[in-house]
Design a protein around this ligand. Structure first.
Ligand SMILES: Cc1ncc(COP(=O)(O)O)c(C=O)c1O
Length: 417
């Protein structure tokens, strides 16, 4: 018997409301979304009741970079399960070492060392701990409206709305406007341990920084002896048409954080990669940071398969080609719907549609459920709809997604006419 749809929809919703989140259940009921993830395969997700199919252009921020249930990732995990388990994080691990070596080989410069975690927030926390441990300084600067997760230190880097109820928060965190080198320079001094940015902040609305921004951040960090941390949780692993989004800006950070897509959507794993000159800290304190499930040995094989797939000849070229199809499609959509579509933001398949009003993002998300597309508005700028399709999307599916967007924008226009 299938695991999907064992109970009718209303029973699932009631059970979820009673035992998981009454608030979420109420929210979705109020906004008229009753989609429950059922079957999922490749670029598609189906409603549990089976009658609706969407192209997943949300992909959980890149978890499903390779689409849903990639057969090679599943096979790799099954193979690992025949002989391995989580492993013991206190000891030397053959499998963690293999994955770390592969990750390091995919990184620019001397980003050669890895601390494993389970999720993105944890990996960001590790990055900040290392920056503070390395510099002996307290302060961390991040972008106002950015997002690095909901764990302790990551939460402190993030947006006011998530931090405010949970005070007192750790001191030493300061927020500057994204993309503004002068503001960053003014905030930095001899107490700055680290500067952390998402290469392209997703929750802020897929905001593309000026092309020379990261070269400037690099220079400022070098001048002040601060650690440059780049969060590649969404932009990494091929999303921007290169292994790392930051590669497209020609800059090497001191610490790079990857998570979501490294799981292949199958087994959670994250990694904090750091440069050789930071290693003295963990060398002196090798047991100072612990994550029991970080780099779980069976998960290493899912991640290794992910890295194999994205390293294959033609993979990045495919991403860039699909990005080109979207780019051409966006030009047409702008012509078709000038009253509601303001701009298309894009780097590779990291994409967002900027709409004419904050009200339109949620409306587009709703429209997507009726027009075959899963797309979520950016929480910190609701006039932007995030579009992160699987990197494995094919040309006919890009055409389908663009047709859906055309229909959704036409519906939006009709609502506001
Ligand atoms: C850019 C970025 N960093 C960090 C995180 C946190 O990752 P996780 O939810 O796995 O803790 C997210 C999650 O959405 C993210 O988008």
């Amino acid at each position: 018997m299938s695991l999907i749809g064992q109970d009718p929809k209303d029973k699932i919703i009631q059970r979820f409301a009673r035992h998981v989140s009454s608030g979420k259940a109420e929210f979705f009921s109020q906004v008229g979304v009753d989609f429950i993830f059922g079957k999922r395969e490749g670029v598609y997700v189906w409603d549990v009741a089976g009658e609706r199919r969407l192209i997943d252009c949300h992909c959980n921020g890149g978890v499903f970079n390779l689409g849903h249930r990639h057969p090679r990732v599943i096979a790799a995990l099954k193979r690992a399960l025949e002989e391995l388990d989580i492993g013991n994080h206190h000891f030397i691990s053959e499998h963690r070492a293999m994955l770390a070596e592969r990750l390091a080989a995919l990184c620019p410069g001397d980003l050669k060392r890895v601390v494993f975690g389970v999720g993105g927030g944890e990996a960001v926390d590790t990055a900040i701990k290392l920056a503070r441990g390395h510099t002996g300084r307290p302060n961390v600067i991040s972008a106002r409206g950015g997002y690095h997760g909901h764990t302790g230190l990551a939460l402190a880097t993030g947006d006011e709305q998530y931090r405010q109820p949970f005070g007192p928060l750790p001191p030493g965190f300061c927020h500057v406007p994204f993309g503004d080198l002068a503001a960053l320079e003014a905030a930095m001094d001899g107490d700055t341990a680290a500067v952390i940015f998402e290469t392209i902040p997703a929750t802020m609305g897929i905001v593309l920084p000026p092309q020379d921004f990261y070269a400037g951040v690099r220079q400022l960090c070098d001048r002040h002896g601060a650690v440059m941390i780049i969060d590649e949780v969404q932009t990494g692993l091929g999303r921007c048409g290169d292994v790392w989004g930051i590669n497209t800006y020609g800059v090497i950070p001191d610490i790079l954080v990857t998570a979501k897509g490294l799981s292949g959507g199958i087994y959670p794993i994250s990694a904090t990669l750091y440069r050789e000159h930071l290693d003295h800290f963990f060398r002196r304190n090798p047991f100072i940071h612990i994550s029991t499930f970080g780099g779980a040995e069976v998960g290493c094989y899912a991640a290794l398969e992910v890295l194999d797939i994205l390293s294959e000849p033609g993979f990045m070229e495919h991403v860039r080609q699909m990005a080109g199809l979207f780019q051409a499609g966006f030009e047409q959509l702008k012509k078709n719907h000038p009253a509601v579509l303001v701009d298309a933001r894009q780097r590779g398949l990291m994409m967002g549609l900027k709409l004419a009003s904050e009200a339109f993002g949620p409306m587009m998300t709703l429209a997507g459920f009726h027009h075959g597309l899963l797309t979520i508005y950016a929480n910190h700028d609701q006039s932007v709809n995030q579009l992160l399709p699987p990197l494995t999307i094919q040309p006919d599916q890009v055409a389908q997604a663009l047709q859906s967007l055309d229909n959704m924008l036409a519906w939006l226009e009709a609502q506001v006419a």
